[in-house]
Design a protein around this ligand. Structure first.
Ligand SMILES: Nc1ncnc2c1ncn2[C@@H]1O[C@H](COP(=O)(O)OP(=O)(O)O)[C@@H](O)[C@H]1O
Ligand SMILES: [Mg+2]
Length: 498
Protein backbone atom coordinates (compact mmCIF):
# COMPACT_ATOMS: atom_id res chain seq x y z
CA UNK A 1 0.00 0.00 0.00
CA UNK A 2 2.96 2.36 -0.05
CA UNK A 3 3.01 2.59 -3.82
CA UNK A 4 4.13 6.04 -4.98
CA UNK A 5 1.31 7.82 -6.83
CA UNK A 6 2.98 11.10 -7.74
CA UNK A 7 5.76 13.36 -6.58
CA UNK A 8 6.08 17.08 -5.96
CA UNK A 9 9.22 18.54 -7.54
CA UNK A 10 10.23 21.91 -6.14
CA UNK A 11 10.39 24.63 -8.77
CA UNK A 12 11.56 27.54 -6.61
CA UNK A 13 13.58 28.09 -3.47
CA UNK A 14 10.66 28.19 -1.10
CA UNK A 15 9.45 24.86 -2.41
CA UNK A 16 12.96 23.43 -2.11
CA UNK A 17 13.05 24.43 1.55
CA UNK A 18 9.75 22.68 2.17
CA UNK A 19 11.09 19.55 0.48
CA UNK A 20 14.02 19.46 2.94
CA UNK A 21 12.15 20.25 6.14
CA UNK A 22 12.42 17.75 8.96
CA UNK A 23 8.58 17.61 9.29
CA UNK A 24 8.41 16.30 5.73
CA UNK A 25 11.19 13.78 6.05
CA UNK A 26 8.93 10.80 5.58
CA UNK A 27 7.86 12.14 2.17
CA UNK A 28 11.30 13.04 0.89
CA UNK A 29 13.03 11.03 -1.81
CA UNK A 30 16.47 9.65 -0.84
CA UNK A 31 18.17 12.60 -2.57
CA UNK A 32 15.74 14.97 -0.85
CA UNK A 33 15.01 16.56 -4.19
CA UNK A 34 11.31 15.80 -4.26
CA UNK A 35 8.39 14.78 -2.06
CA UNK A 36 6.80 11.44 -2.86
CA UNK A 37 3.07 11.00 -2.29
CA UNK A 38 2.13 7.40 -1.70
CA UNK A 39 -1.07 5.44 -1.42
CA UNK A 40 -0.81 5.62 2.36
CA UNK A 41 0.41 9.21 2.71
CA UNK A 42 -2.74 10.63 4.25
CA UNK A 43 -2.97 10.62 8.06
CA UNK A 44 -6.67 9.84 7.99
CA UNK A 45 -7.02 6.72 5.91
CA UNK A 46 -10.77 6.68 6.51
CA UNK A 47 -10.98 9.71 4.23
CA UNK A 48 -10.72 7.36 1.31
CA UNK A 49 -10.91 9.96 -1.44
CA UNK A 50 -8.12 12.13 -0.02
CA UNK A 51 -4.58 11.21 -1.06
CA UNK A 52 -2.73 13.91 0.90
CA UNK A 53 -3.08 17.46 2.16
CA UNK A 54 -0.67 20.39 2.38
CA UNK A 55 -0.80 23.15 4.97
CA UNK A 56 0.61 24.49 8.17
CA UNK A 57 -1.84 22.91 10.59
CA UNK A 58 -0.84 19.68 12.32
CA UNK A 59 -3.54 17.81 10.45
CA UNK A 60 -1.81 18.52 7.16
CA UNK A 61 0.26 15.69 5.77
CA UNK A 62 2.86 17.91 4.14
CA UNK A 63 3.98 20.83 6.23
CA UNK A 64 4.02 24.08 4.28
CA UNK A 65 4.72 26.98 6.62
CA UNK A 66 4.73 30.42 5.18
CA UNK A 67 3.92 33.94 5.49
CA UNK A 68 0.41 34.51 4.07
CA UNK A 69 -0.50 30.86 4.28
CA UNK A 70 -2.94 31.32 7.08
CA UNK A 71 -5.07 28.25 6.59
CA UNK A 72 -4.35 25.06 8.48
CA UNK A 73 -4.99 23.10 5.29
CA UNK A 74 -3.96 24.91 2.17
CA UNK A 75 -4.90 22.35 -0.43
CA UNK A 76 -5.81 18.68 -0.75
CA UNK A 77 -5.20 16.05 -3.39
CA UNK A 78 -8.44 14.15 -3.87
CA UNK A 79 -9.26 11.32 -6.17
CA UNK A 80 -12.32 10.69 -8.31
CA UNK A 81 -13.12 7.14 -7.27
CA UNK A 82 -14.87 6.32 -10.53
CA UNK A 83 -12.02 7.28 -12.81
CA UNK A 84 -8.86 7.36 -10.65
CA UNK A 85 -8.22 10.92 -11.79
CA UNK A 86 -6.66 13.22 -9.18
CA UNK A 87 -7.89 16.72 -8.50
CA UNK A 88 -6.33 19.49 -6.46
CA UNK A 89 -8.80 21.14 -4.15
CA UNK A 90 -8.18 24.62 -2.80
CA UNK A 91 -9.02 24.96 0.90
CA UNK A 92 -7.43 28.35 1.40
CA UNK A 93 -10.14 30.50 -0.07
CA UNK A 94 -8.42 31.13 -3.36
CA UNK A 95 -4.67 31.14 -2.88
CA UNK A 96 -3.99 27.82 -4.63
CA UNK A 97 -3.38 27.99 -8.39
CA UNK A 98 -2.60 25.45 -11.06
CA UNK A 99 -0.94 26.07 -14.38
CA UNK A 100 0.02 24.06 -17.43
CA UNK A 101 3.55 25.38 -17.49
CA UNK A 102 5.98 27.32 -15.44
CA UNK A 103 5.14 30.50 -17.30
CA UNK A 104 1.99 30.71 -15.21
CA UNK A 105 -0.31 32.15 -17.82
CA UNK A 106 -3.71 30.89 -16.86
CA UNK A 107 -4.92 28.99 -13.83
CA UNK A 108 -8.21 27.15 -14.33
CA UNK A 109 -8.64 27.02 -10.58
CA UNK A 110 -8.54 30.74 -10.02
CA UNK A 111 -10.44 31.54 -13.14
CA UNK A 112 -13.89 33.02 -12.79
CA UNK A 113 -16.37 30.21 -12.17
CA UNK A 114 -15.74 29.56 -8.55
CA UNK A 115 -14.77 25.93 -8.82
CA UNK A 116 -12.41 25.11 -6.01
CA UNK A 117 -11.21 21.86 -7.50
CA UNK A 118 -9.52 21.01 -10.78
CA UNK A 119 -8.10 17.92 -12.46
CA UNK A 120 -4.34 17.33 -12.58
CA UNK A 121 -2.89 15.00 -15.15
CA UNK A 122 0.41 14.48 -16.89
CA UNK A 123 1.31 17.95 -18.09
CA UNK A 124 -2.19 19.26 -17.43
CA UNK A 125 -2.30 21.71 -14.55
CA UNK A 126 0.84 20.13 -13.28
CA UNK A 127 2.35 23.31 -11.81
CA UNK A 128 0.99 23.83 -8.31
CA UNK A 129 1.39 27.27 -6.79
CA UNK A 130 0.60 28.02 -3.16
CA UNK A 131 0.19 31.64 -2.19
CA UNK A 132 -0.82 34.67 -4.18
CA UNK A 133 2.06 37.03 -3.84
CA UNK A 134 4.99 36.43 -6.20
CA UNK A 135 7.47 37.05 -3.39
CA UNK A 136 6.20 34.30 -1.11
CA UNK A 137 4.84 31.76 -3.60
CA UNK A 138 5.73 28.11 -3.33
CA UNK A 139 5.89 26.32 -6.69
CA UNK A 140 5.89 22.55 -7.22
CA UNK A 141 5.58 20.45 -10.34
CA UNK A 142 3.36 17.40 -9.97
CA UNK A 143 4.85 14.35 -11.66
CA UNK A 144 2.85 11.14 -11.84
CA UNK A 145 4.41 7.77 -11.17
CA UNK A 146 1.23 5.76 -11.78
CA UNK A 147 -1.18 5.58 -14.69
CA UNK A 148 -4.92 6.00 -14.27
CA UNK A 149 -5.64 2.28 -14.18
CA UNK A 150 -3.21 1.63 -11.34
CA UNK A 151 -4.44 4.64 -9.40
CA UNK A 152 -7.96 3.36 -9.84
CA UNK A 153 -6.91 -0.01 -8.39
CA UNK A 154 -5.52 1.71 -5.31
CA UNK A 155 -8.73 3.60 -4.66
CA UNK A 156 -10.78 0.47 -5.27
CA UNK A 157 -8.72 -1.44 -2.73
CA UNK A 158 -9.28 1.38 -0.25
CA UNK A 159 -12.99 1.44 -0.87
CA UNK A 160 -13.41 -2.29 -0.47
CA UNK A 161 -11.40 -2.22 2.76
CA UNK A 162 -13.45 0.56 4.33
CA UNK A 163 -16.48 0.09 6.56
CA UNK A 164 -19.96 0.86 5.25
CA UNK A 165 -20.06 4.07 7.32
CA UNK A 166 -16.80 5.36 5.93
CA UNK A 167 -17.87 4.48 2.41
CA UNK A 168 -21.08 6.40 2.89
CA UNK A 169 -19.37 9.47 4.29
CA UNK A 170 -16.48 9.74 1.90
CA UNK A 171 -17.62 8.37 -1.41
CA UNK A 172 -19.06 11.66 -2.46
CA UNK A 173 -19.65 12.35 -6.08
CA UNK A 174 -17.80 15.37 -7.31
CA UNK A 175 -19.70 18.43 -8.09
CA UNK A 176 -19.02 18.47 -11.81
CA UNK A 177 -20.44 20.67 -14.52
CA UNK A 178 -23.51 18.54 -15.12
CA UNK A 179 -26.33 18.92 -15.52
CA UNK A 180 -26.33 22.68 -15.27
CA UNK A 181 -28.73 23.78 -17.95
CA UNK A 182 -27.71 27.39 -18.13
CA UNK A 183 -24.07 26.58 -18.61
CA UNK A 184 -23.99 24.04 -21.36
CA UNK A 185 -20.31 23.87 -22.01
CA UNK A 186 -18.26 21.25 -20.29
CA UNK A 187 -14.65 22.27 -19.91
CA UNK A 188 -12.64 19.23 -20.71
CA UNK A 189 -9.27 17.72 -21.53
CA UNK A 190 -9.06 15.30 -24.41
CA UNK A 191 -7.76 11.81 -23.73
CA UNK A 192 -8.22 9.70 -26.87
CA UNK A 193 -10.28 9.57 -30.03
CA UNK A 194 -13.29 7.27 -29.77
CA UNK A 195 -14.29 7.42 -33.39
CA UNK A 196 -15.22 9.56 -36.28
CA UNK A 197 -17.69 9.49 -39.09
CA UNK A 198 -18.91 11.68 -41.86
CA UNK A 199 -19.98 14.29 -39.44
CA UNK A 200 -17.47 14.84 -36.73
CA UNK A 201 -15.00 13.38 -34.33
CA UNK A 202 -15.81 11.93 -30.95
CA UNK A 203 -13.26 12.17 -28.15
CA UNK A 204 -13.00 10.58 -24.75
CA UNK A 205 -12.38 13.49 -22.43
CA UNK A 206 -12.09 14.42 -18.79
CA UNK A 207 -14.43 16.97 -17.21
CA UNK A 208 -11.79 19.23 -15.69
CA UNK A 209 -13.81 20.18 -12.63
CA UNK A 210 -14.90 16.68 -11.59
CA UNK A 211 -12.50 14.18 -13.13
CA UNK A 212 -15.46 12.35 -14.66
CA UNK A 213 -15.09 10.90 -18.13
CA UNK A 214 -17.29 12.26 -20.90
CA UNK A 215 -17.59 11.73 -24.64
CA UNK A 216 -17.33 14.93 -26.65
CA UNK A 217 -18.53 15.06 -30.22
CA UNK A 218 -16.91 17.89 -32.08
CA UNK A 219 -18.02 19.06 -35.48
CA UNK A 220 -18.18 21.98 -37.80
CA UNK A 221 -21.63 22.17 -39.38
CA UNK A 222 -21.98 23.14 -43.00
CA UNK A 223 -25.35 24.78 -42.65
CA UNK A 224 -26.48 27.77 -40.67
CA UNK A 225 -26.45 27.36 -36.96
CA UNK A 226 -29.94 28.58 -36.11
CA UNK A 227 -31.87 25.45 -37.03
CA UNK A 228 -29.01 23.38 -35.73
CA UNK A 229 -29.21 25.06 -32.34
CA UNK A 230 -32.90 24.24 -32.16
CA UNK A 231 -32.28 20.70 -33.21
CA UNK A 232 -29.57 20.02 -30.67
CA UNK A 233 -31.71 21.66 -28.04
CA UNK A 234 -34.46 19.18 -28.89
CA UNK A 235 -32.02 16.29 -28.63
CA UNK A 236 -30.89 17.40 -25.23
CA UNK A 237 -34.49 17.12 -24.04
CA UNK A 238 -34.90 13.51 -25.20
CA UNK A 239 -35.03 11.12 -22.34
CA UNK A 240 -35.18 7.47 -23.20
CA UNK A 241 -33.30 4.41 -21.95
CA UNK A 242 -32.25 3.45 -25.49
CA UNK A 243 -31.23 6.87 -26.78
CA UNK A 244 -27.90 8.41 -25.86
CA UNK A 245 -28.50 11.22 -23.36
CA UNK A 246 -26.93 14.59 -24.03
CA UNK A 247 -25.38 16.21 -20.98
CA UNK A 248 -25.19 19.48 -22.80
CA UNK A 249 -23.83 21.13 -25.88
CA UNK A 250 -21.93 24.20 -26.81
CA UNK A 251 -21.40 26.26 -29.93
CA UNK A 252 -18.11 28.01 -30.13
CA UNK A 253 -18.85 30.94 -32.39
CA UNK A 254 -16.28 31.89 -34.94
CA UNK A 255 -16.27 34.47 -37.64
CA UNK A 256 -19.29 34.05 -39.87
CA UNK A 257 -22.41 32.09 -39.13
CA UNK A 258 -20.67 28.77 -38.58
CA UNK A 259 -18.89 27.64 -35.52
CA UNK A 260 -17.41 24.62 -33.86
CA UNK A 261 -19.99 22.60 -31.97
CA UNK A 262 -19.42 20.33 -29.02
CA UNK A 263 -21.94 17.82 -27.71
CA UNK A 264 -21.35 16.07 -24.40
CA UNK A 265 -22.56 12.56 -23.58
CA UNK A 266 -21.58 9.48 -21.62
CA UNK A 267 -18.84 7.22 -22.95
CA UNK A 268 -20.19 3.89 -24.12
CA UNK A 269 -18.28 0.63 -24.58
CA UNK A 270 -18.42 0.60 -28.36
CA UNK A 271 -20.66 0.34 -31.38
CA UNK A 272 -22.97 -2.46 -32.45
CA UNK A 273 -20.76 -3.23 -35.42
CA UNK A 274 -17.66 -3.63 -33.21
CA UNK A 275 -19.67 -5.91 -30.95
CA UNK A 276 -20.94 -8.11 -33.78
CA UNK A 277 -17.58 -8.41 -35.46
CA UNK A 278 -16.26 -10.08 -32.32
CA UNK A 279 -19.36 -12.18 -31.68
CA UNK A 280 -19.12 -15.59 -33.27
CA UNK A 281 -21.52 -17.88 -31.49
CA UNK A 282 -24.89 -18.22 -33.27
CA UNK A 283 -26.76 -18.23 -29.97
CA UNK A 284 -25.15 -15.00 -28.84
CA UNK A 285 -25.84 -13.44 -32.22
CA UNK A 286 -29.52 -14.24 -31.87
CA UNK A 287 -29.67 -12.96 -28.28
CA UNK A 288 -27.97 -9.71 -29.25
CA UNK A 289 -30.21 -9.42 -32.31
CA UNK A 290 -33.36 -9.72 -30.21
CA UNK A 291 -32.13 -7.15 -27.74
CA UNK A 292 -31.19 -4.71 -30.51
CA UNK A 293 -34.53 -5.19 -32.23
CA UNK A 294 -36.70 -4.54 -29.18
CA UNK A 295 -34.60 -1.73 -27.76
CA UNK A 296 -34.24 0.11 -31.05
CA UNK A 297 -37.95 -0.29 -31.82
CA UNK A 298 -38.62 1.31 -28.48
CA UNK A 299 -36.21 4.16 -29.27
CA UNK A 300 -37.75 4.67 -32.73
CA UNK A 301 -41.24 4.69 -31.31
CA UNK A 302 -40.20 7.38 -28.85
CA UNK A 303 -38.66 9.46 -31.65
CA UNK A 304 -41.82 9.06 -33.76
CA UNK A 305 -43.82 10.40 -30.81
CA UNK A 306 -41.49 13.37 -30.69
CA UNK A 307 -41.98 13.99 -34.42
CA UNK A 308 -38.39 13.15 -35.07
CA UNK A 309 -36.80 11.12 -37.84
CA UNK A 310 -33.30 9.88 -37.17
CA UNK A 311 -32.51 9.14 -40.83
CA UNK A 312 -29.21 7.38 -40.22
CA UNK A 313 -30.02 4.22 -38.26
CA UNK A 314 -27.20 1.72 -38.84
CA UNK A 315 -24.85 -0.45 -36.77
CA UNK A 316 -22.17 2.26 -36.38
CA UNK A 317 -24.74 4.58 -34.86
CA UNK A 318 -25.93 2.18 -32.19
CA UNK A 319 -23.72 2.17 -29.11
CA UNK A 320 -23.71 -0.43 -26.36
CA UNK A 321 -22.80 -0.88 -22.74
CA UNK A 322 -23.40 -3.69 -20.26
CA UNK A 323 -25.59 -3.19 -17.23
CA UNK A 324 -24.91 -4.49 -13.71
CA UNK A 325 -26.29 -7.90 -14.67
CA UNK A 326 -24.06 -8.15 -17.71
CA UNK A 327 -26.90 -7.56 -20.18
CA UNK A 328 -26.34 -5.42 -23.23
CA UNK A 329 -28.00 -2.04 -23.33
CA UNK A 330 -28.06 -0.35 -26.73
CA UNK A 331 -28.39 3.35 -27.31
CA UNK A 332 -29.12 5.11 -30.55
CA UNK A 333 -26.73 7.95 -31.28
CA UNK A 334 -25.50 10.25 -34.04
CA UNK A 335 -28.43 12.51 -34.62
CA UNK A 336 -26.09 14.51 -36.79
CA UNK A 337 -28.21 14.38 -39.91
CA UNK A 338 -31.54 14.06 -38.24
CA UNK A 339 -34.00 16.85 -38.39
CA UNK A 340 -37.51 17.57 -37.30
CA UNK A 341 -40.08 16.15 -39.67
CA UNK A 342 -41.05 19.53 -41.03
CA UNK A 343 -37.49 20.24 -42.06
CA UNK A 344 -36.63 16.81 -43.38
CA UNK A 345 -36.21 16.94 -47.11
CA UNK A 346 -32.60 16.59 -48.13
CA UNK A 347 -31.11 13.32 -49.28
CA UNK A 348 -28.99 12.06 -46.45
CA UNK A 349 -28.24 8.87 -44.64
CA UNK A 350 -26.08 5.92 -45.56
CA UNK A 351 -27.07 4.38 -48.86
CA UNK A 352 -27.37 0.74 -47.82
CA UNK A 353 -29.62 1.49 -44.89
CA UNK A 354 -31.67 4.22 -46.51
CA UNK A 355 -35.41 3.71 -46.92
CA UNK A 356 -36.69 3.75 -50.54
CA UNK A 357 -38.85 6.81 -49.98
CA UNK A 358 -35.82 8.79 -48.83
CA UNK A 359 -34.83 8.94 -52.46
CA UNK A 360 -38.17 10.19 -53.65
CA UNK A 361 -40.02 13.45 -53.27
CA UNK A 362 -42.39 11.98 -50.73
CA UNK A 363 -42.43 13.81 -47.42
CA UNK A 364 -40.36 11.85 -44.95
CA UNK A 365 -41.91 10.02 -42.05
CA UNK A 366 -40.56 8.12 -39.05
CA UNK A 367 -41.23 4.80 -40.81
CA UNK A 368 -38.05 5.47 -42.80
CA UNK A 369 -36.16 4.59 -39.63
CA UNK A 370 -38.06 1.31 -39.32
CA UNK A 371 -36.75 0.28 -42.73
CA UNK A 372 -33.20 1.18 -41.71
CA UNK A 373 -33.59 -0.88 -38.56
CA UNK A 374 -34.70 -3.83 -40.67
CA UNK A 375 -31.56 -3.55 -42.81
CA UNK A 376 -29.52 -3.14 -39.63
CA UNK A 377 -31.01 -6.43 -38.41
CA UNK A 378 -30.07 -8.13 -41.71
CA UNK A 379 -26.51 -7.03 -41.00
CA UNK A 380 -26.58 -8.05 -37.32
CA UNK A 381 -27.93 -11.53 -38.06
CA UNK A 382 -25.88 -11.69 -41.27
CA UNK A 383 -28.96 -12.95 -43.09
CA UNK A 384 -27.88 -14.82 -46.26
CA UNK A 385 -24.32 -13.47 -45.79
CA UNK A 386 -25.64 -9.93 -45.99
CA UNK A 387 -22.42 -8.52 -44.55
CA UNK A 388 -20.26 -9.83 -47.36
CA UNK A 389 -22.60 -8.92 -50.19
CA UNK A 390 -21.43 -6.15 -52.40
CA UNK A 391 -24.44 -4.11 -53.43
CA UNK A 392 -23.91 -2.11 -56.57
CA UNK A 393 -26.89 0.15 -56.09
CA UNK A 394 -29.61 1.09 -53.76
CA UNK A 395 -32.06 -0.86 -55.92
CA UNK A 396 -30.07 -4.06 -55.34
CA UNK A 397 -30.41 -3.58 -51.60
CA UNK A 398 -34.13 -3.07 -51.99
CA UNK A 399 -34.40 -6.24 -54.04
CA UNK A 400 -32.53 -8.19 -51.40
CA UNK A 401 -34.72 -6.79 -48.66
CA UNK A 402 -37.88 -7.57 -50.61
CA UNK A 403 -36.90 -11.17 -51.27
CA UNK A 404 -35.96 -11.78 -47.67
CA UNK A 405 -38.98 -10.06 -46.22
CA UNK A 406 -41.21 -12.22 -48.38
CA UNK A 407 -39.46 -15.54 -48.58
CA UNK A 408 -37.06 -15.93 -45.71
CA UNK A 409 -38.94 -17.77 -42.98
CA UNK A 410 -36.03 -17.25 -40.53
CA UNK A 411 -36.86 -13.57 -40.32
CA UNK A 412 -40.58 -13.74 -40.88
CA UNK A 413 -41.10 -12.31 -37.39
CA UNK A 414 -39.87 -8.93 -38.56
CA UNK A 415 -40.91 -8.94 -42.21
CA UNK A 416 -43.44 -6.13 -41.70
CA UNK A 417 -40.52 -3.74 -41.23
CA UNK A 418 -38.95 -4.54 -44.58
CA UNK A 419 -41.82 -3.51 -46.81
CA UNK A 420 -40.99 -1.10 -49.58
CA UNK A 421 -44.42 0.46 -49.58
CA UNK A 422 -44.44 2.76 -46.62
CA UNK A 423 -48.20 2.59 -46.17
CA UNK A 424 -47.99 -1.15 -45.59
CA UNK A 425 -44.73 -1.09 -43.63
CA UNK A 426 -45.22 -1.42 -39.87
CA UNK A 427 -44.50 1.41 -37.48
CA UNK A 428 -42.21 0.79 -34.51
CA UNK A 429 -45.22 0.74 -32.19
CA UNK A 430 -47.01 -1.86 -34.31
CA UNK A 431 -43.95 -4.11 -34.19
CA UNK A 432 -43.76 -3.78 -30.42
CA UNK A 433 -47.46 -4.63 -30.22
CA UNK A 434 -46.84 -7.66 -32.42
CA UNK A 435 -44.19 -8.85 -29.95
CA UNK A 436 -46.48 -8.22 -26.99
CA UNK A 437 -44.20 -5.47 -25.71
CA UNK A 438 -46.70 -2.74 -24.93
CA UNK A 439 -44.36 -1.85 -22.07
CA UNK A 440 -41.80 -0.55 -24.58
CA UNK A 441 -44.26 1.72 -26.38
CA UNK A 442 -43.89 5.39 -25.48
CA UNK A 443 -46.45 7.26 -23.38
CA UNK A 444 -48.46 4.10 -22.63
CA UNK A 445 -50.18 4.27 -26.02
CA UNK A 446 -52.00 1.18 -27.16
CA UNK A 447 -51.27 -0.10 -30.60
CA UNK A 448 -52.26 -3.10 -32.64
CA UNK A 449 -50.01 -5.55 -34.42
CA UNK A 450 -49.66 -5.09 -38.20
CA UNK A 451 -52.52 -6.57 -40.16
CA UNK A 452 -51.35 -9.62 -42.07
CA UNK A 453 -54.13 -9.20 -44.63
CA UNK A 454 -52.59 -5.95 -45.62
CA UNK A 455 -49.22 -7.57 -46.13
CA UNK A 456 -50.85 -10.31 -48.11
CA UNK A 457 -52.74 -7.92 -50.34
CA UNK A 458 -49.54 -5.99 -51.00
CA UNK A 459 -47.70 -9.17 -51.85
CA UNK A 460 -50.25 -10.29 -54.38
CA UNK A 461 -50.21 -6.88 -55.92
CA UNK A 462 -46.51 -7.29 -56.52
CA UNK A 463 -47.12 -10.77 -57.77
CA UNK A 464 -49.66 -9.60 -60.30
CA UNK A 465 -47.21 -7.09 -61.65
CA UNK A 466 -49.35 -4.26 -60.41
CA UNK A 467 -46.52 -2.94 -58.30
CA UNK A 468 -43.27 -1.63 -59.66
CA UNK A 469 -41.30 -3.85 -57.29
CA UNK A 470 -42.59 -6.92 -59.08
CA UNK A 471 -39.38 -7.09 -61.10
CA UNK A 472 -37.56 -8.36 -58.07
CA UNK A 473 -39.91 -11.29 -57.83
CA UNK A 474 -39.18 -12.72 -61.25
CA UNK A 475 -36.96 -15.45 -59.96
CA UNK A 476 -39.42 -16.55 -57.32
CA UNK A 477 -41.88 -19.20 -58.34
CA UNK A 478 -45.52 -19.15 -57.37
CA UNK A 479 -45.11 -22.47 -55.61
CA UNK A 480 -42.41 -21.12 -53.33
CA UNK A 481 -44.61 -18.25 -52.35
CA UNK A 482 -47.54 -20.53 -51.73
CA UNK A 483 -45.40 -22.91 -49.71
CA UNK A 484 -44.87 -20.11 -47.24
CA UNK A 485 -48.50 -20.47 -46.34
CA UNK A 486 -49.60 -17.15 -47.66
CA UNK A 487 -53.28 -16.42 -47.70
CA UNK A 488 -55.02 -16.76 -51.08
CA UNK A 489 -55.07 -13.73 -53.32
CA UNK A 490 -57.65 -11.14 -52.42
CA UNK A 491 -61.04 -11.43 -54.13
CA UNK A 492 -60.99 -9.77 -57.52
CA UNK A 493 -62.27 -6.28 -57.16
CA UNK A 494 -61.57 -6.08 -53.44
CA UNK A 495 -59.85 -2.79 -52.94
CA UNK A 496 -56.50 -2.98 -51.24
CA UNK A 497 -56.14 -1.26 -47.93
CA UNK A 498 -53.74 1.53 -48.85
N1 LIG B 1 -20.66 8.18 -26.54
C1 LIG B 1 -19.79 7.45 -27.22
N2 LIG B 1 -19.07 6.49 -26.59
C2 LIG B 1 -18.18 5.74 -27.29
N3 LIG B 1 -17.94 5.87 -28.61
C3 LIG B 1 -18.62 6.80 -29.30
C4 LIG B 1 -19.58 7.62 -28.65
N4 LIG B 1 -20.12 8.44 -29.58
C5 LIG B 1 -19.53 8.14 -30.75
N5 LIG B 1 -18.62 7.15 -30.60
C6 LIG B 1 -17.78 6.59 -31.68
O1 LIG B 1 -17.54 7.59 -32.66
C7 LIG B 1 -18.10 7.23 -33.93
C8 LIG B 1 -18.67 8.46 -34.62
O2 LIG B 1 -19.66 9.06 -33.82
P1 LIG B 1 -21.01 9.55 -34.46
O3 LIG B 1 -21.80 10.25 -33.41
O4 LIG B 1 -21.68 8.41 -35.16
O5 LIG B 1 -20.48 10.65 -35.49
P2 LIG B 1 -20.53 10.76 -37.07
O6 LIG B 1 -21.63 11.70 -37.36
O7 LIG B 1 -19.21 11.34 -37.39
O8 LIG B 1 -20.77 9.39 -37.64
C9 LIG B 1 -19.16 6.18 -33.59
O9 LIG B 1 -19.42 5.32 -34.68
C10 LIG B 1 -18.48 5.47 -32.43
O10 LIG B 1 -17.49 4.58 -32.91
MG1 LIG C 1 -22.10 7.93 -37.10
Amino acid sequence: MDTPIFSLRPKNNRARIITRRRENESFASPEKDELIIRANSHQFPQEICVIATMGKGKDADIFTPGYRMADPIHCAFVINWKTGIILVEDRSGGSTSLYDNSKLVYSPLNADRGYNRVVVMDNKNSYLVLGKSKATQVIFKIVFSLGLDETLKIIQRRISGASADVQRDFLWTFHGQLPQKEQKKIHHYTLVKLGSGGFGTVWKSVDIYSGDIVAVKEFVPWWTSDSLDREIDALSRFQHPFIIPLYGWYANPRSGSKGRYEMFMPVMQGTLDDLMLRTHSPKETIDIGNAVLLQMLSALDYLACMDFIHRDVKPENILFETDHLGNYVFKLTDFGVSNTIALAQSEVGTETYMAPEMRSDLPQRPKADVWSLFVTMLWVLDVKQFRSLDFKSHLEVQGFVLQNAILNSDIEYMRDMGILNRAVRASAAQMLAKYGRQDLIALGRTERAPDSNRFNAWLWRIWDGRDRWGNYMKRITTERVLRLGLLPPPEPGASPAW
